[in-house]
Design a protein around this ligand. Structure first.
Ligand SMILES: NC(=O)C1=CN([C@@H]2O[C@H](COP(=O)(O)OP(=O)(O)OC[C@H]3O[C@@H](n4cnc5c(N)ncnc54)[C@H](OP(=O)(O)O)[C@@H]3O)[C@@H](O)[C@H]2O)C=CC1
Ligand SMILES: O=C1CO[C@H](CO)[C@@H](O)[C@@H]1O
Length: 318
């Protein structure tokens, strides 16, 4: 398979490696080695976020791999995300600078608005009142977007994008955008195939990035007995058919639809296996079989923000 098939082209011309490494819940103490291993194995795309609390250690791994000559900065594609407590326009540049300092970088390749909902400004990422409810802020993500555009103007990031935005919210951003979002990063896997959102974005030259592509089996709120994609019979039988693992089928399910995908692992052999997906391709019929598992099975509901006026998954088709 050609090298070209490993990239997706953004509407600004930038090439994004279609397969990257996720870092949510990659603990300090393990994420340094995971990022070093990933870069050695061939990953060039690392998905980060201020919220994950590990950008300093991710940055140390990136710096070490650049200093030892394994990669150049321009070979890497590094994403970070603006957390909900930094939506106020005057805080956006401050927020990206925190991530840049932690990561030890002069620029990001991609900076995303992590969620459309703004939370009360301050150092607590989930500021709560006496009832334990998150305190919201009324900043409109449209104003946040305008501040994001300025980051491109001053060279702090090459691209800007969205995460967890629904179709109506994307349209609102497009109505004012001087710089278009390049991607919308959303939960996407066979239980939540996101076909409508994918088609909607594609028609507007916005790519989709699939998070939790393996079904986020270690999400903190997972309950025993909930369906597990890795044990899904249809995925297992396709794994047998293609002589690959169920995880490799799930990763290829995104790639073969043209969707950027960012599975997380801190285990070297799993990081390597997840990258060993360039020697096969799913047929159209098999992609349809996998898509038939769609059951609107959302696993990352961001429940603490559900009453927010801008929560993306309430009363919206897609
Ligand atoms: N924008 C957003 O709001 C969100 C973005 N994300 C991003 O997407 C990334 C991926 O999503 P995430 O929710 O982490 O979940 P994933 O679907 O990527 O699943 C990760 C889990 O699967 C395990 N795993 C990885 N590879 C294998 C394998 N080959 N065999 C068996 N188990 C495996 C990992 O364990 P181990 O590490 O032990 O291998 C980990 O527990 C995040 O890390 C983050 O970067 C995620 C959620 C929300
Ligand atoms: O990236 C993410 C990982 O999980 C967090 C905790 O719910 C989410 O807020 C976030 O979207």
């Amino acid at each position: 398979m050609s090298q070209k098939s490993q990239f997706v082209k953004f509407n600004n011309g930038l090439l994004c490696p279609i397969l990257g490494l996720g870092t949510w819940q990659s603990k300090p103490g393990e994420v340094y080695q995971a990022v070093c291993d990933a870069i050695d194995i061939g990953y060039r795309h690392i998905d980060c976020a201020h919220l994950y609390g590990n950008e300093k250690e991710v940055g140390k791994a990136i710096q070490d791999k650049i200093l030892s000559g394994v990669v150049k900065r321009e070979d890497l594609f590094i994403t970070s995300k603006l957390w909900n407590t930094y939506h106020r326009p005057d805080l956006v540049e401050k927020a990206v600078n925190i991530s840049l300092t932690d990561l030890g970088l002069e620029y990001l390749d991609l900076y995303l608005i992590h969620w459309p909902m703004a939370y009360k400004e301050g150092n607590d990422p989930f500021p709560t009142n006496a009832d334990g409810k998150v305190i919201y802020s009324d900043v409109d993500y449209i104003d946040t977007w305008k501040a994001m555009e300025k980051l491109v103007d001053i060279g702090l990031t090459k691209s800007i994008g969205l995460s967890n935005f629904n179709s109506i919210q994307i349209e609102r951003v497009l109505n004012v955008a001087r710089i278009k979002p390049v991607t919308n990063q959303v939960e996407c896997h066979p239980y939540l195939s996101q076909q409508k959102l994918f088609d909607f974005c594609k028609a507007r030259e916005i790519t989709l990035t699939a998070y939790s592509p393996l079904g986020s089996p270690k999400r903190p709120w997972a309950k025993p007995g909930e369906p597990n994609l890795l044990e899904e019979p249809k995925i297992q039988s396709l794994a047998t058919k293609y002589k690959k693992s169920p995880v490799q089928i799930l990763i290829r399910y995104a790639i073969d639809r043209g969707i950027i995908v960012i599975p997380k692992s801190v285990n070297k052999s799993r990081i390597a296996n997840n990258f060993n997906v360039w020697d096969f391709k799913l047929s159209k019929e098999d992609i349809q079989i996998i898509s038939s598992l769609d059951c609107n099975g959302r696993l990352i509901p961001q429940a603490e923000g559900r009453e927010h006026k801008d929560h993306p998954f309430v009363n919206v088709e897609f």
